[in-house]
Design a protein around this ligand. Structure first.
Ligand code: EPU
Length: 425
């Protein structure tokens, strides 16, 4: 993987159905939060099923800079050790490279009483405010102020509070749960995010000694435990439903049948429902994963993004790539990030027929796209361009591969294993 330096390109020149088996790695949007949560306690943590992605490297770097020891073992696990005080000054350059750096807010403030951190980076979909994180911490007794893009929070001691979200923010739910586990008294969060990665974090916190009720539901009740009573733990990261969806989308446009080890139907029900309406067939592989099969051209189906259990915004670029070669027209509506359409121009360059109306994309499927040079501007957009490349005649060349590396564990290698004509140089 490349962080900085000269960037590689991905080339796709593919024809024919896919077959074989692919293992779905652990979820980026869980592991980064688990890593941040470890700062709640001293001791040695083992996180298993950690994906080999650049964002894990950046979060490891941040943890080392504040005083943790982080080591990667050959078996895909990460060993993290904390021993006593950590710095609450998060290095500005690193925090700005990662959205999940904001997940240090809850754990550092609740354990050490303060944090000094630059506003988080991550994919550019337009405004990504953190007002819900801040108002929740303030309700728990913290004082927060911004100065020149840097947030400072002080809270010698947090107290439990009743928090009601008007929208189920993933990051704000995670930050306030991690803050509440060491606060005085009980915190309730109404309207909490229910994503499988949020539940994974809660299960991890419980294995550290935290008291959380309502995991996976929209009301969470957290009873604070004394500082020092949380302990280290071992945890296996939940499989990445968006990486699984990327293999599903690949089979959808190329045809064939692929077994996805570790893919979880329960975590992706609405997405699978839409895919089934488009013509894909899914079979449970007992205790192993899920099989996806495609034997006909996809049918166009309208899709709108919603918080979990709805169809996640992260699936949307993949869905639009699929619809680009489906039979008929469909409308895809984005309800979370109105600006998250930066890959549409690239898909159009590949021959997709897409018209935009505010936060709706209308896609009229064509038989085949045609390969050209395109650029990935964020992680999921990059994956969508790879999928589109599979549906294109001739060679598709994708630059901006560093974005894909932030969230995909050896996407090229895994696709080659199931028969895709793809290389990286
Ligand atoms: N929002 C606010 N105020 C806040 C927080 C959020 O207005 O304080 C709004 C956002 O602007 C957005 C919506 O609420 O319109 C959803 O934001 P949320 O907080 O749920 O998202 P996030 O925690 O910043 C995570 C994932 C994203 C994923 C979203 C939605 C991580 C690191 N990122 O972001 O994943 O799209 O949830 O599911 O977990 C990706 O992996 O490619 C990715 C972008």
């Amino acid at each position: 993987m490349t962080i900085g330096g000269s960037e590689p390109v991905i080339r796709i020149d593919h024809d024919g159905p896919l077959e074989g088996t692919v293992r779905v790695p652990g979820a980026k949007n869980s592991v980064l939060k688990l890593m941040a949560a470890t700062v709640l306690a001293d001791g040695e943590f083992t996180i298993n099923n950690v994906p080999g992605i650049a964002d894990v490297d950046i979060m490891s770097h941040i943890l080392r800079e504040i005083g943790s020891t982080v080591e990667r073992a050959g078996d895909g696990s990460l060993l993290i050790r904390h021993d006593g005080d950590l710095s609450t000054e998060v290095p500005t350059g690193l925090a700005g490279r990662l959205r999940a750096s904001v997940n240090l807010l809850g754990p550092l403030v609740t354990r050490f009483g303060s944090i000094h951190i630059a506003l988080p980076g991550g994919d550019d979909f337009g405004l990504r405010p953190i007002d819900m994180h801040i108002s929740g911490l303030e309700a728990m007794g913290a004082s927060c102020h911004f100065d020149d893009g840097v947030l400072t929070v002080h809270a010698p001691r947090l107290s439990g509070a009743n928090i009601r979200f008007s929208f189920p923010s993933v990051g704000a739910t995670e930050n306030l749960v991690t803050a509440a586990v060491l606060a005085d008294g009980v915190t309730t969060i109404d309207g909490a995010a229910r994503e499988p990665e949020v539940a994974d974090l809660c299960h991890f916190l419980v294995s550290m000694g935290a008291q959380i009720e309502g995991i996976g539901e929209s009301t969470l009740r957290i009873t604070g435990v004394p500082r020092g009573s949380l302990h280290s733990a071992t945890h296996r990261v939940v499989p990445d439903r968006i990486q699984a969806a990327t293999y599903i989308a690949s089979v959808a446009v190329a045809g064939g049948e692929v077994d996805m080890v570790d893919a979880r139907r329960a975590d992706m029900r609405m997405f699978l429902h839409r895919c089934t309406e488009m013509g894909l067939v899914f079979t449970d592989l007992d205790d192993v994963g899920l099989r996806v099969a495609s034997s006909q051209r996809l049918s166009a189906v309208d899709v709108q993004t919603l918080p979990y259990p709805g169809v996640a915004t992260d699936y949307k670029p993949l869905v639009i790539a699929m619809l680009s070669v489906a039979n008929g027209s469909a409308v895809v509506t984005e309800n979370l990030y109105p600006g998250r359409f930066r890959y549409i121009n690239e898909l159009q360059a590949l021959g997709a027929k897409i018209t935009m109306h505010e936060h709706h994309a209308e896609i009229t499927g064509v038989e085949r796209l045609s390969g050209t040079e395109v650029t990935a501007h964020d992680i999921r957009a990059g994956a969508a361009l790879v999928v589109a490349g599979l549906a294109a005649d001739g060679e598709t060349t994708i630059s901006g591969v560093g974005h894909i590396d932030r969230g995909y564990d050896d996407l090229v290698g895994r696709l080659r294993e199931i028969g895709v004509g793809i290389s990286r140089d």
